[in-house]
Design a protein around this ligand. Structure first.
Ligand code: PMP
Length: 366
């Protein structure tokens, strides 16, 4: 499509063009039913068909065990991590958090409103550039759950394995690497993800939840009805009006994912793209630098600085990048520098334009 740029935003982010075009084709008259998905009742047969297919595709694509519930909820990943303690603390009253970035830190803070959030590890002293070794964790076997953020979007830190927390129910925030590689769902009690990075527009979260956390047994008395996983799951994710259009766009993204080879395809693409960009950074002799430890680097979000964090040169970089159609490369406002997000919607070609530009910018400015 004419005039589109390479959008490296951390989310909402670039979507596969094929998905956008299909949505465009179906926009004003969905499959001949005479109305747009935006306009239809969520209880009608067309929309129920979309929602049911979305759930089926999620189950197929991620190999969700059949006894796990698939929950689609509004409020994004933030409402999900806010509702974790309300649905999981039960009588235990405390939750462990493996904190490796800003999102894990926020999730922990929320737990302290209703119980005790404990940092089983916290890499803040390294400015969130590492994943502490298991021997350094202080896990509490009596914790109601152990939470980790599989990919820290702001800091560019990603887990390369599923943490082993023994018998404590494991909870994962997979917002920013969801649908970018296979997930071992059965090792988790809860996997949740806002979908606006790798699976659609903003407006909702997808969760896979083990049955013993949707039976209401561990639900706090003060839990708002809207945050109750039991209520939401019992109502098949339609306790109230869902984010219908967002769910539909996700359904199209899932359909496309199945067509091109499932999550294995996205994993292969992600490895390639991340390899190209880290290669360009490593090959720059220090002109570009990624602060994250090599074994903790994210395939999705790549933070980097230029000439040791020279703000003037970084500004110039961002301005010149735009002339090559390379957009949204500024780092998160809390860390500065640059950041390129390489979600599913970013084609290899976009990363190739970026790395070519990085090379020529380096040659002109070093
Ligand atoms: N967790 C992670 C890892 C995220 O990247 C984000 C959003 N950037 C959130 C949680 C919060 O998601 P939302 O904005 O959907 O509430």
């Amino acid at each position: 499509a004419e005039g589109r740029v390479y959008n490296f935003s951390a989310g909402p982010s670039q979507m596969p063009l094929e998905v956008l075009e299909e949505i465009q084709r179906e926009m004003v008259n969905y499959k001949g039913c005479g109305m747009s998905v935006m306009e239809m009742s969520h209880r009608g047969k067309e929309f129920m068909g979309i929602a049911n297919q979305a759930e089926k595709d999620l189950r197929d694509i991620f190999g969700v065990p059949s006894d796990y519930k698939v929950m689609m909820s509004q409020g994004g990943a933030t409402l999900m991590f806010s509702s974790i303690p309300l649905n999981m603390l039960g009588t235990k009253g405390k939750g462990d958090y493996l904190v490796t970035g800003q999102w894990g830190e926020k999730a922990l803070k929320e737990c302290n409103k209703y119980g005790t959030g404990q940092a089983a590890c916290n890499s803040k002293s390294t400015k969130f550039t590492t994943i502490p070794k298991p021997s350094e964790w202080k896990l509490d076997p009596e914790a109601a759950f152990a939470h980790y953020c599989d990919n820290e979007t702001v800091n560019g830190v990603e887990w390369g394995y599923t943490p082993d927390v023994g018998n404590v129910p494991l909870v994962a925030d997979m917002s920013s690497n969801f649908c970018s590689r296979p997930i071992d769902v059965s090792k988790h009690a809860v996997v949740y993800a806002g979908i606006q990075k790798n699976l659609g527009p903003s407006g909702m979260a997808v969760s896979f939840i083990r049955p013993d956390f949707v039976d209401g047994k561990n639900e706090a008395k003060i839990c708002p009805t809207y945050c109750s996983w039991k209520t939401t799951v019992d109502a098949e994710s339609m306790y109230n009006t869902p984010a219908c259009f967002t769910m539909y766009a996700m359904a199209e993204y899932l359909k496309y994912t199945k067509k091109i080879g499932g999550v294995a395809y996205w994993a292969e693409q992600s490895d390639k793209k991340a390899g190209m960009l880290y290669g360009a950074i490593e090959g720059s002799d220090g002109f570009y630098q990624c602060p994250v430890a090599k074994d903790a680097r994210s395939r999705m979000n790549v933070p980097f600085t230029i000439m040791g964090g020279d703000e003037v040169i970084e500004k110039k970089f961002l301005a010149e990048a735009q002339k090559q159609k390379l957009f949204q490369l500024a780092g998160h406002r809390s860390v500065g520098g640059c950041r390129a997000s390489l979600y599913n919607g970013m084609p290899i070609e976009g990363v190739s334009v970026l790395t070519d530009f990085m090379k020529s910018f380096m040659d002109e400015n070093r």
